[in-house]
Design a protein around this ligand. Structure first.
Ligand SMILES: [Zn+2]
Ligand SMILES: [Zn+2]
Length: 365
Protein backbone atom coordinates (compact mmCIF):
# COMPACT_ATOMS: atom_id res chain seq x y z
CA UNK A 1 0.00 0.00 0.00
CA UNK A 2 1.41 3.39 -0.90
CA UNK A 3 0.04 6.91 -0.98
CA UNK A 4 -0.09 9.02 -4.14
CA UNK A 5 1.09 12.57 -4.12
CA UNK A 6 -2.19 14.31 -4.86
CA UNK A 7 -0.41 17.52 -5.87
CA UNK A 8 0.83 15.75 -9.02
CA UNK A 9 -1.98 14.61 -11.29
CA UNK A 10 -1.47 11.09 -12.66
CA UNK A 11 -0.86 10.85 -16.41
CA UNK A 12 -3.62 9.30 -18.55
CA UNK A 13 -1.21 6.68 -19.91
CA UNK A 14 1.59 5.18 -17.89
CA UNK A 15 3.46 2.29 -19.55
CA UNK A 16 5.09 0.06 -16.93
CA UNK A 17 8.90 0.04 -16.90
CA UNK A 18 10.68 -3.15 -17.97
CA UNK A 19 12.76 -4.53 -15.07
CA UNK A 20 16.05 -3.99 -16.92
CA UNK A 21 15.07 -0.64 -18.40
CA UNK A 22 17.07 2.59 -18.23
CA UNK A 23 15.27 5.34 -16.32
CA UNK A 24 15.59 7.76 -19.24
CA UNK A 25 14.13 5.13 -21.57
CA UNK A 26 11.06 4.75 -19.42
CA UNK A 27 10.60 8.54 -19.03
CA UNK A 28 10.83 8.87 -22.85
CA UNK A 29 8.12 6.24 -23.24
CA UNK A 30 6.05 7.97 -20.54
CA UNK A 31 6.22 11.30 -22.38
CA UNK A 32 5.61 9.73 -25.80
CA UNK A 33 2.60 7.72 -24.56
CA UNK A 34 0.97 10.95 -23.40
CA UNK A 35 2.04 12.88 -26.51
CA UNK A 36 3.92 15.50 -24.54
CA UNK A 37 7.51 16.57 -24.78
CA UNK A 38 9.80 15.23 -22.13
CA UNK A 39 10.88 18.80 -21.37
CA UNK A 40 7.32 19.89 -20.59
CA UNK A 41 6.77 16.85 -18.38
CA UNK A 42 10.05 17.38 -16.50
CA UNK A 43 11.35 20.92 -17.18
CA UNK A 44 14.50 20.28 -15.14
CA UNK A 45 15.65 17.31 -17.25
CA UNK A 46 17.24 19.11 -20.22
CA UNK A 47 19.54 20.97 -17.79
CA UNK A 48 20.62 17.68 -16.26
CA UNK A 49 23.07 15.37 -18.00
CA UNK A 50 21.56 12.07 -19.09
CA UNK A 51 24.02 10.24 -16.88
CA UNK A 52 23.00 12.18 -13.81
CA UNK A 53 19.34 11.55 -14.55
CA UNK A 54 19.97 7.81 -14.87
CA UNK A 55 22.04 7.67 -11.69
CA UNK A 56 20.58 10.16 -9.30
CA UNK A 57 17.88 12.58 -10.48
CA UNK A 58 17.01 13.58 -6.91
CA UNK A 59 14.21 12.55 -4.59
CA UNK A 60 11.81 15.22 -5.82
CA UNK A 61 11.86 14.02 -9.43
CA UNK A 62 11.58 10.38 -8.39
CA UNK A 63 8.53 11.19 -6.24
CA UNK A 64 6.95 13.09 -9.14
CA UNK A 65 7.62 10.31 -11.67
CA UNK A 66 6.13 7.75 -9.28
CA UNK A 67 3.01 9.85 -8.60
CA UNK A 68 2.45 10.64 -12.28
CA UNK A 69 2.63 6.99 -13.24
CA UNK A 70 0.88 5.51 -10.20
CA UNK A 71 3.93 3.44 -9.27
CA UNK A 72 5.58 3.02 -5.87
CA UNK A 73 8.75 5.12 -5.60
CA UNK A 74 10.75 1.93 -5.07
CA UNK A 75 9.86 0.83 -8.63
CA UNK A 76 11.38 4.04 -10.01
CA UNK A 77 14.38 3.78 -7.64
CA UNK A 78 15.14 0.26 -8.85
CA UNK A 79 15.77 1.58 -12.38
CA UNK A 80 18.63 3.86 -11.28
CA UNK A 81 22.04 2.75 -12.52
CA UNK A 82 23.61 2.36 -9.03
CA UNK A 83 20.74 -0.01 -8.17
CA UNK A 84 21.08 -2.06 -11.37
CA UNK A 85 24.92 -2.05 -11.21
CA UNK A 86 25.99 -2.49 -7.56
CA UNK A 87 29.72 -2.36 -8.44
CA UNK A 88 29.47 1.07 -10.07
CA UNK A 89 31.55 2.83 -7.34
CA UNK A 90 34.52 0.54 -8.17
CA UNK A 91 35.08 2.41 -11.44
CA UNK A 92 35.96 5.82 -10.05
CA UNK A 93 35.80 7.49 -13.47
CA UNK A 94 32.08 6.62 -13.66
CA UNK A 95 31.40 8.82 -10.66
CA UNK A 96 28.24 10.88 -10.96
CA UNK A 97 29.21 14.51 -11.67
CA UNK A 98 28.45 16.96 -8.86
CA UNK A 99 27.71 19.92 -11.12
CA UNK A 100 25.08 19.05 -13.71
CA UNK A 101 26.06 21.76 -16.18
CA UNK A 102 28.92 19.83 -17.81
CA UNK A 103 27.70 18.21 -20.98
CA UNK A 104 29.83 16.39 -23.50
CA UNK A 105 28.50 15.53 -26.92
CA UNK A 106 24.96 14.98 -25.69
CA UNK A 107 22.40 16.55 -27.90
CA UNK A 108 19.94 18.81 -26.19
CA UNK A 109 17.02 17.60 -28.28
CA UNK A 110 13.79 18.23 -26.45
CA UNK A 111 12.87 14.58 -26.97
CA UNK A 112 16.06 13.81 -25.04
CA UNK A 113 16.24 10.10 -25.90
CA UNK A 114 19.48 8.14 -25.65
CA UNK A 115 21.19 7.42 -29.01
CA UNK A 116 19.14 4.98 -31.09
CA UNK A 117 20.05 1.59 -32.51
CA UNK A 118 18.08 1.14 -35.70
CA UNK A 119 18.61 -2.63 -35.54
CA UNK A 120 16.85 -2.72 -32.16
CA UNK A 121 14.04 -0.57 -33.54
CA UNK A 122 13.68 -2.82 -36.59
CA UNK A 123 13.64 -5.99 -34.49
CA UNK A 124 11.04 -4.96 -31.96
CA UNK A 125 8.50 -3.10 -34.08
CA UNK A 126 7.05 -6.10 -36.01
CA UNK A 127 6.43 -7.89 -32.69
CA UNK A 128 4.68 -4.86 -31.22
CA UNK A 129 7.09 -4.80 -28.34
CA UNK A 130 8.44 -1.41 -29.27
CA UNK A 131 11.77 0.16 -28.57
CA UNK A 132 13.27 0.55 -25.13
CA UNK A 133 16.80 1.03 -23.84
CA UNK A 134 18.29 -1.44 -21.40
CA UNK A 135 20.08 -0.05 -18.34
CA UNK A 136 23.43 -0.99 -19.86
CA UNK A 137 22.92 1.64 -22.57
CA UNK A 138 23.13 4.33 -19.89
CA UNK A 139 26.66 3.41 -18.76
CA UNK A 140 29.30 5.87 -20.00
CA UNK A 141 31.39 2.90 -21.10
CA UNK A 142 28.62 1.62 -23.41
CA UNK A 143 29.32 3.19 -26.79
CA UNK A 144 27.82 0.56 -29.12
CA UNK A 145 24.38 -1.04 -29.00
CA UNK A 146 24.67 -3.63 -26.18
CA UNK A 147 22.66 -6.14 -28.22
CA UNK A 148 23.98 -5.67 -31.75
CA UNK A 149 27.34 -3.99 -31.33
CA UNK A 150 26.30 -1.46 -33.94
CA UNK A 151 27.00 2.23 -33.73
CA UNK A 152 24.16 4.22 -32.26
CA UNK A 153 23.07 7.72 -33.15
CA UNK A 154 20.09 9.74 -34.26
CA UNK A 155 20.97 10.58 -37.87
CA UNK A 156 18.47 9.28 -40.42
CA UNK A 157 19.99 6.64 -42.75
CA UNK A 158 17.31 7.48 -45.34
CA UNK A 159 17.90 11.17 -46.02
CA UNK A 160 21.15 11.80 -44.10
CA UNK A 161 19.86 15.18 -43.04
CA UNK A 162 16.95 14.37 -40.76
CA UNK A 163 17.06 13.50 -37.11
CA UNK A 164 15.34 10.29 -36.10
CA UNK A 165 12.50 10.72 -33.66
CA UNK A 166 10.69 8.38 -31.32
CA UNK A 167 6.91 8.40 -31.50
CA UNK A 168 4.16 6.52 -29.72
CA UNK A 169 2.20 4.04 -31.78
CA UNK A 170 -0.83 3.17 -29.59
CA UNK A 171 1.01 0.95 -27.13
CA UNK A 172 4.70 1.15 -27.92
CA UNK A 173 7.57 3.32 -29.10
CA UNK A 174 8.64 3.41 -32.76
CA UNK A 175 11.39 5.25 -34.65
CA UNK A 176 10.72 7.49 -37.62
CA UNK A 177 12.35 10.31 -39.56
CA UNK A 178 10.00 13.27 -39.60
CA UNK A 179 11.71 14.68 -42.68
CA UNK A 180 11.61 11.76 -45.12
CA UNK A 181 9.29 9.30 -43.30
CA UNK A 182 12.07 6.70 -43.19
CA UNK A 183 11.22 3.68 -41.05
CA UNK A 184 13.43 0.80 -39.91
CA UNK A 185 13.15 -2.27 -42.13
CA UNK A 186 12.21 -5.47 -40.33
CA UNK A 187 15.00 -8.03 -40.67
CA UNK A 188 14.45 -11.01 -43.01
CA UNK A 189 13.23 -14.10 -41.07
CA UNK A 190 12.41 -11.77 -38.22
CA UNK A 191 15.89 -11.99 -36.74
CA UNK A 192 19.07 -10.04 -37.32
CA UNK A 193 22.40 -11.77 -37.64
CA UNK A 194 24.72 -10.67 -34.87
CA UNK A 195 27.24 -8.13 -36.04
CA UNK A 196 30.71 -9.50 -36.46
CA UNK A 197 33.04 -6.57 -36.05
CA UNK A 198 36.75 -6.60 -36.50
CA UNK A 199 39.47 -4.39 -35.16
CA UNK A 200 39.07 -1.78 -32.45
CA UNK A 201 35.28 -1.91 -32.63
CA UNK A 202 35.28 -5.56 -31.62
CA UNK A 203 37.62 -4.92 -28.69
CA UNK A 204 35.43 -2.01 -27.65
CA UNK A 205 32.29 -4.18 -27.82
CA UNK A 206 33.84 -6.99 -25.76
CA UNK A 207 35.18 -4.56 -23.16
CA UNK A 208 31.91 -2.61 -22.78
CA UNK A 209 30.03 -5.90 -22.36
CA UNK A 210 32.40 -7.29 -19.73
CA UNK A 211 32.45 -3.98 -17.84
CA UNK A 212 28.63 -4.10 -17.66
CA UNK A 213 28.72 -7.74 -16.51
CA UNK A 214 31.31 -6.98 -13.82
CA UNK A 215 29.41 -3.88 -12.67
CA UNK A 216 26.47 -6.24 -12.07
CA UNK A 217 28.89 -8.22 -9.88
CA UNK A 218 28.99 -11.21 -12.23
CA UNK A 219 32.29 -12.70 -13.42
CA UNK A 220 33.38 -11.32 -16.82
CA UNK A 221 34.39 -13.54 -19.77
CA UNK A 222 37.72 -15.39 -19.81
CA UNK A 223 38.77 -13.42 -22.89
CA UNK A 224 41.04 -10.97 -21.04
CA UNK A 225 43.15 -13.19 -18.82
CA UNK A 226 41.26 -16.38 -18.02
CA UNK A 227 38.99 -16.63 -14.97
CA UNK A 228 38.82 -13.37 -13.03
CA UNK A 229 36.42 -12.02 -10.41
CA UNK A 230 34.26 -8.98 -11.12
CA UNK A 231 36.06 -6.94 -8.45
CA UNK A 232 39.55 -7.82 -9.78
CA UNK A 233 38.54 -7.08 -13.35
CA UNK A 234 37.13 -3.67 -12.42
CA UNK A 235 40.23 -2.87 -10.36
CA UNK A 236 42.47 -3.54 -13.39
CA UNK A 237 40.25 -1.41 -15.67
CA UNK A 238 40.19 1.40 -13.12
CA UNK A 239 43.98 1.35 -12.65
CA UNK A 240 44.60 1.31 -16.40
CA UNK A 241 42.30 4.29 -16.83
CA UNK A 242 44.32 6.09 -14.17
CA UNK A 243 47.59 5.09 -15.86
CA UNK A 244 46.56 6.14 -19.37
CA UNK A 245 45.43 9.51 -18.05
CA UNK A 246 48.76 10.21 -16.38
CA UNK A 247 50.63 13.05 -18.06
CA UNK A 248 53.90 11.50 -16.84
CA UNK A 249 53.28 8.70 -19.28
CA UNK A 250 54.28 10.99 -22.10
CA UNK A 251 56.92 13.11 -20.40
CA UNK A 252 59.39 12.51 -23.20
CA UNK A 253 57.08 13.74 -25.91
CA UNK A 254 55.98 16.74 -23.91
CA UNK A 255 52.35 17.03 -22.97
CA UNK A 256 51.25 14.51 -25.51
CA UNK A 257 49.42 11.33 -24.99
CA UNK A 258 50.75 8.93 -27.51
CA UNK A 259 49.80 5.44 -26.38
CA UNK A 260 46.13 5.94 -27.15
CA UNK A 261 46.77 7.82 -30.37
CA UNK A 262 45.98 5.02 -32.78
CA UNK A 263 43.08 3.49 -30.96
CA UNK A 264 40.37 5.56 -32.57
CA UNK A 265 37.43 3.41 -33.48
CA UNK A 266 36.51 5.00 -36.78
CA UNK A 267 38.61 5.83 -39.78
CA UNK A 268 37.09 9.26 -40.28
CA UNK A 269 37.76 10.48 -36.79
CA UNK A 270 41.17 11.99 -36.56
CA UNK A 271 41.33 14.71 -33.97
CA UNK A 272 44.54 16.70 -34.40
CA UNK A 273 44.85 17.18 -30.66
CA UNK A 274 45.99 14.29 -28.51
CA UNK A 275 43.61 12.63 -26.09
CA UNK A 276 45.50 14.22 -23.21
CA UNK A 277 45.07 17.79 -24.44
CA UNK A 278 41.47 17.11 -25.42
CA UNK A 279 40.40 15.69 -22.09
CA UNK A 280 42.78 16.87 -19.37
CA UNK A 281 40.34 19.31 -17.74
CA UNK A 282 37.23 17.16 -18.11
CA UNK A 283 35.81 14.28 -16.21
CA UNK A 284 35.00 11.14 -18.23
CA UNK A 285 31.27 11.97 -18.30
CA UNK A 286 31.99 15.15 -20.27
CA UNK A 287 34.16 13.53 -22.95
CA UNK A 288 32.88 13.01 -26.48
CA UNK A 289 32.16 9.38 -27.34
CA UNK A 290 35.19 9.07 -29.65
CA UNK A 291 37.59 10.04 -26.86
CA UNK A 292 35.84 7.61 -24.52
CA UNK A 293 36.19 4.86 -27.14
CA UNK A 294 39.84 5.72 -27.65
CA UNK A 295 40.77 5.28 -24.01
CA UNK A 296 38.65 2.11 -23.66
CA UNK A 297 40.30 0.44 -26.66
CA UNK A 298 43.69 1.47 -25.27
CA UNK A 299 42.72 -0.17 -21.93
CA UNK A 300 41.69 -3.32 -23.83
CA UNK A 301 45.03 -3.34 -25.71
CA UNK A 302 46.98 -2.86 -22.48
CA UNK A 303 45.12 -5.80 -20.89
CA UNK A 304 45.71 -8.12 -23.84
CA UNK A 305 49.30 -7.13 -24.66
CA UNK A 306 50.60 -8.67 -27.91
CA UNK A 307 47.36 -10.72 -28.10
CA UNK A 308 45.52 -7.48 -28.86
CA UNK A 309 46.97 -7.49 -32.36
CA UNK A 310 45.03 -10.64 -33.25
CA UNK A 311 41.89 -8.52 -33.03
CA UNK A 312 43.33 -5.11 -33.84
CA UNK A 313 44.96 -6.33 -37.04
CA UNK A 314 47.28 -3.71 -38.44
CA UNK A 315 46.64 -1.25 -35.69
CA UNK A 316 48.37 0.37 -33.98
CA UNK A 317 50.64 0.76 -36.95
CA UNK A 318 53.14 3.16 -35.45
CA UNK A 319 55.12 0.40 -33.80
CA UNK A 320 55.90 -3.27 -34.17
CA UNK A 321 54.47 -5.27 -31.29
CA UNK A 322 57.37 -6.18 -29.01
CA UNK A 323 57.46 -9.27 -26.79
CA UNK A 324 56.43 -7.33 -23.69
CA UNK A 325 54.06 -4.95 -25.41
CA UNK A 326 52.81 -2.55 -24.15
CA UNK A 327 54.72 -2.54 -20.86
CA UNK A 328 58.22 -2.22 -22.33
CA UNK A 329 56.89 0.83 -24.11
CA UNK A 330 54.84 2.37 -21.30
CA UNK A 331 57.01 1.75 -18.22
CA UNK A 332 60.14 3.69 -19.33
CA UNK A 333 57.95 6.73 -19.98
CA UNK A 334 56.62 6.96 -16.44
CA UNK A 335 57.91 9.52 -14.01
CA UNK A 336 59.32 8.04 -10.82
CA UNK A 337 56.41 8.88 -8.51
CA UNK A 338 53.92 7.68 -11.09
CA UNK A 339 55.81 4.41 -11.62
CA UNK A 340 55.87 3.78 -7.87
CA UNK A 341 52.15 4.40 -7.58
CA UNK A 342 51.49 2.15 -10.57
CA UNK A 343 53.54 -0.72 -9.11
CA UNK A 344 51.68 -0.33 -5.82
CA UNK A 345 48.42 -0.77 -7.73
CA UNK A 346 49.72 -3.67 -9.85
CA UNK A 347 50.64 -5.57 -6.68
CA UNK A 348 46.87 -5.91 -6.08
CA UNK A 349 46.17 -7.34 -9.54
CA UNK A 350 45.49 -11.03 -10.15
CA UNK A 351 48.59 -12.98 -11.17
CA UNK A 352 47.73 -13.36 -14.87
CA UNK A 353 47.45 -9.59 -15.22
CA UNK A 354 50.39 -8.78 -12.96
CA UNK A 355 52.87 -11.13 -14.65
CA UNK A 356 53.40 -9.26 -17.97
CA UNK A 357 54.11 -6.05 -16.01
CA UNK A 358 56.62 -7.69 -13.67
CA UNK A 359 58.40 -9.50 -16.53
CA UNK A 360 58.75 -6.22 -18.43
CA UNK A 361 60.02 -4.45 -15.27
CA UNK A 362 62.64 -7.16 -14.72
CA UNK A 363 63.87 -7.03 -18.31
CA UNK A 364 64.06 -3.25 -18.30
CA UNK A 365 66.15 -3.01 -15.12
ZN1 LIG B 1 20.64 -2.77 -31.22
ZN1 LIG C 1 15.13 10.98 -43.13
Amino acid sequence: MFVYDLAVPPLPFAPRPFPDELLLSWTCRLAAANHVRLSSLFPELPAMSRYRLNCDPGQEIIARMAAMSRLPQSAVQSLLLPNQFPNLPLLTFLEIPKSPAVLGDENSSEYFPPPLCIDCAAEEEPFHRGLYWQAEAGLLTTLLCPRHGTQVGDACPGCDRGQLTVIWNNTYLIVRCLRCAWRPTPPPNGKLASTNHLGPLQLLFRLQRDIAVALRDQPPSHFWCGPITAVHFLRVVNDLYWLLRTPGLSARAGKKFTFTQDFTWTSFYREPRTLFTRTQYWSFCAWDSYSRAEVLVAIAAAMLGTQAFVTLGRRPYYLKPTANYPWDWILPQLRKACAQEFMRRVAEWPLAMRLPVTIATRELS
